[in-house]
Ligand binder design. Structure first.
Ligand SMILES: [Zn+2]
Ligand SMILES: [Zn+2]
Ligand SMILES: [Zn+2]
Length: 172
């Protein structure tokens, strides 16, 4: 197992190769954005990543973050993924096993999962239609376990005598 530090070295060299092939310059800003992107396992929008980058280096603008994310995507280090809210999210692509997603419509939590059985069924379906799949993204929308719990907590206990009180839950 390689350590995280060594992994970043490989990924930095991939980015450098791509930057040079595109006739661009290597900058400390791009390296920092890559480092921060790799240090999180989240699914991030360019604004999310900008927020993290800004804390480390306030001189880096949103446009630079956005362009660097595009570079990372072109270099095969990042992957764009949509969760149906109209935003573009980015996740690690290099050395990342294929996985699918469950998205909580209450809190936005994204759960990653992998099922060999589902993968196999998808291939079976495709071949039944003579379809040659190149890639796929299976996404399920619903309510995560934690949100189901907090909803249940907010619900007043059923009681004939008490009037029903509507509890407003804070959006998180
Ligand atoms: Zn899959
Ligand atoms: Zn949730
Ligand atoms: Zn993911």
């Amino acid at each position: 197992m390689r350590t995280k530090k060594e992994k970043f070295v490989v990924e930095k060299s991939i980015l450098l190769e791509h930057i040079q092939a595109a006739g661009l310059r290597r900058t400390n800003q791009r390296d920092l954005i890559l480092e921060i992107f790799l240090s999180t396992e989240d699914h991030l929008t360019s604004e999310d990543l900008y927020g993290l980058v800004h804390r480390k280096d306030p001189t880096i603008g949103l446009t630079t973050v956005y362009r660097t994310l595009k570079l990372l995507t072109d270099a095969g280090l990042a992957r764009e993924v949509g969760f149906g809210d109209g935003k573009t999210y980015y996740e690690h692509h290099y050395n990342h096993e294929h996985h699918d997603h469950m998205i909580c419509t209450e809190c936005g939590r994204v759960i990653e999962f992998f099922s060999p059985e589902i993968e196999e069924l998808q291939d079976e379906m495709a071949s039944r239609f003579g379809f040659r799949p190149t890639h796929h993204s299976l996404r399920m929308w619903g309510v995560c376990a934690e949100c189901q719990r907090s909803k249940a907590d907010a619900q007043p206990a059923p009681s004939g005598a008490q009037p029903r009180v509507r509890v407003k839950t804070a959006k998180h």
